[in-house]
Design a protein around this ligand. Structure first.
Ligand SMILES: NC(=O)c1ccc[n+]([C@@H]2O[C@H](COP(=O)([O-])OP(=O)(O)OC[C@H]3O[C@@H](n4cnc5c(N)ncnc54)[C@H](O)[C@@H]3O)[C@@H](O)[C@H]2O)c1
Length: 343
């Protein structure tokens, strides 16, 4: 199958590489010329275990290529995945500008029946708006679908190659059949491909993010209690997580969670906005703990933990630990601060 990936960031690069690894012909597009120039040489702009080797192998074997020319990428592809960023805008809503621009660019370039699959995390109803853009601009029939991505930074290849489930939000039998064909190699262990309508697929992704965020917020609330009652939070975490009904994932106390995916945004489920509030309380308390240690000797190297978005990942943008402002630390303690976390 010929596939185009629009947006070659974390999700686009990992997905495109894994689709190529499973035998598809994949072209990854990005507007960032530096990124594409690096990728063409097999240089990986992010740290993700196992990714470099996979990219190099698929480049060498000719199943994977990179370009900034979206027209060229789309014209020979039957399916395009939109994997552009959806950062939080000033209002707190997801900024969908890049999604709509990508949809328009794809629609202009299609040369026959085409399937647009939105992989980016988007508020409920975005698929409808993408369908409207594609319908208005495209000269050929195109189906718009939602295929949300559930990978986690730091274990992205494993998560993509062996997902717990694949969610396909589609109103077209033809598109569903093609998307199932692409994703079947990844669910050989009998994990399901769940087909639903696009709105349900969009909400499934938000619900999943919200549930995981609630777990982190919950264990952080427990961590604020442990000081007060003299308990050991790690013992509590183990006691909780070994209950099969609860499970141990996403139950590590820390400074919180962050990055664009922590944003709520329009279309988020009821109660979602409560979650970031719990998160920021935890970050503030950690910051207070940090300030309490100001009596440490001057000019001492300080490190802050929790600076990366995930273990085994090198992404640090918009992490809650950034509340430990380097500027403040310097002013207050004349110390040094190094990012990211020194492990
Ligand atoms: N990173 C994750 O762990 C993760 C997991 C699941 C879902 N998601 C979602 O996937 C989406 C992408 O996330 P990411 O972390 O890969 O973002 P990213 O910022 O790493 O990458 C986005 C890429 O899109 C490119 N881009 C922007 N506009 C473009 C356009 N018009 N045409 C082509 N390329 C364009 C950017 O240059 C950038 O390289 C977001 O909606 C995110 O919420 C991310």
């Amino acid at each position: 199958m010929n596939i185009a990936i629009v947006g070659s960031g974390y999700v686009g690069l990992v997905s495109g590489t894994c689709y190529a690894e499973s035998g598809n012909e994949v072209v990854c597009v990005d507007i960032d010329q530096n990124r594409i120039a690096q990728l063409c040489e097999g240089k990986i702009p992010i740290y993700e275990p196992g990714l470099e080797e996979l990219v190099r192998r698929n480049l060498k074997e000719g199943r994977l290529r990179f370009t900034t020319d979206i027209g060229d990428a789309i014209k020979n592809s039957m399916v395009s995945y939109i994997a552009v960023g959806t950062p939080m805008s000033a209002s707190g809503a997801a900024d969908l500008t890049a999604i709509f621009k990508a949809a328009e660019d794809i629609a202009k370039s299609i040369t026959g029946y085409h399937i647009v699959a939105v992989k980016s995390t988007v508020p409920v109803g975005t698929n409808d708006r993408v369908r409207e853009i594609v319908g208005r601009v495209a000269k050929h029939r195109a189906d718009v679908t939602s295929v949300p991505e559930f990978l986690k930074e730091g274990s992205a290849i494993e998560d993509f190659m062996r997902p717990d489930r694949v969610v396909i939000g589609s109103l077209s039998e033809q598109a569903t059949a093609v998307l199932k064909e692409i994703h079947n190699p990844f669910v050989r262990t009998d994990n399901p491909i769940l087909v639903m309508d696009p709105r349900s697929a969009e909400l499934t992704k938000y619900a999943s993010n919200a549930m995981l965020a609630m777990r982190i917020s919950f264990i952080n609330e427990m961590a604020t209690l442990y000081d007060a009652v003299g308990a050991d939070i790690n013992a509590v975490r183990r006691g909780l997580g070994t209950d099969k009904r609860i499970g141990s994932s996403f139950l590590f106390p820390g400074v919180g969670y962050g990055g664009a995916r922590a944003s709520g945004g329009r279309g988020a489920p009821a109660g979602w906005r409560e979650v970031p509030r719990a998160r920021s309380r935890s970050a503030r308390e950690c910051a207070q703990g940090f300030w309490r240690s100001r009596h440490l000797p001057q000019n001492e190297l300080r490190g802050a933990q929790g600076c990366r978005r995930a273990a085994d990942s090198d992404r640090v943008e918009r992490v809650p630990a950034s509340q430990f402002s380097a500027h403040q630390v310097r002013a207050e303690a004349a110390g040094d601060i190094r990012w990211p976390e020194p492990v």
